[in-house]
Design a protein around this ligand. Sequence first.
Ligand code: FMN
Length: 438
Amino acid sequence: MSNSLGERFKILTFGESHGNAMGVVIDGVRPGLDFDLETIQKELDRRRPGQSKLVSPRPEEDRVEVLSGVFQGKTLGTPICLVIPNKHQDPKVYNALKDLFRPGYAGYAVLKKYGIRDYRGGGRSSGRETVARVAAGAMAKRELAKEGIQIVAYTAEIDGIKAQSIDFNEIEKNPLRCPDRDAEKQMEERVLFHKSQGDSVGGIVQVIARNVPPGLGDPVFKKLDAEIAGALMSIGGVKAVEIGEGFQVASMRGSDHNDQMDRHGFKTNHAGGVLGGISTGQEIHARIGVKPTPSIQKEQKTIDILGRERRISVQGRHDPCICPRIVPVAEAMMALILYDALLCQRDIEKKTDDLERLRAEIDTVDHRLIQLLARRNEISQEIGQYKRVRRLEVRDRAREAEMMDRRIQWAKDCGVDGGLIRGLFHLIVKASRGIQLK
Ligand SMILES: Cc1cc2nc3c(=O)[nH]c(=O)nc-3n(C[C@H](O)[C@H](O)[C@H](O)COP(=O)(O)O)c2cc1C
């Protein structure tokens, strides 16, 4: 079962909704980083249920505890284990649902796969599982922020009502996390109305990453947009992900969609900040389609685990609309992907540093070669003087041939190309003759 994510900043989440605790093990955190529990707690508080009548009333405090990997406020470089206890399990409610499949929920598919399921609150498929992602994402977000990279998400649409204006300061001021106050009021009414009818509503959440450096991602199977889409789609209840113009591309022309460039950079951002699977340095824009919460009180048809037809009305503490709670989760997933991609890119850059080091070494060798040639020229001058005094011929073809043979043999012994040495010494000997004739 795939409970882990990431290559360099690896996370593994664990826990069931009505088990003892939820948690995450994070591996790959550099030693010596400031570990700030408060930042993590703040993000968890944003995701926490029971914040308004527009979300699940489960009164979880979601206090995060650190089990390992941190000492005196610093990361040790060892796995960090964060645990969030489940304090308000209420499995009694689920006894009635024990043998029934909730329409739209994961139970049917989970039982088909494993032959066993934790029916209490959905087990691993519960929205509660995302608390662990948010805890890990908070760490990634903090490290990204040190690089100036910011991630923000908001509710862009609920039940067909769209945010018309975007005021980023407004997002955290209203319970639906919508950047348009007026639209949010209409959304609230709609959510409460459908809740009163025992129903739920869906919506769209927009995720934006700012100041992402160019070069993150990969060109083929691990394209940055593919990784982002996969991470966002892995959130329970998400049924669609768009990057940039998304499905709008179907009705655009190349001349509209292409992001033209001039010397100041890109003129538009239809691509959503990724080209060829690699970040361009523009903002990354993703939108996710969030389905209406499956657990609703409205009576619906279903079957039980023996395949008998039954009717179901789901009681318990459910979100009438998941969007506002998905906002911090979506930010966490974007942060996890970007931070991992950033660390992978740093590795490549480190290898480039190695290349720089090797190039410096080549420079040193060449410098030495030139110093040796200078010394050789001095010797040639002395030989020239010697020959002048004794009236000897400068050129000695037999000696030159014998010299050349010896050098080619040395080259062979050292694994150096004989042709290269022949050409090189042809030039050197010619230059040497010139020096002796002066
Ligand atoms: C933060 C969050 C809260 C959620 N709350 C509920 C809920 O209260 N009731 C419910 O039935 N589903 C809820 N879900 C959705 C289910 O987890 C999800 O629909 C279910 O696991 C089936 O997965 P799928 O919809 O991705 O196919 C929530 C999801 C998230 C991310």
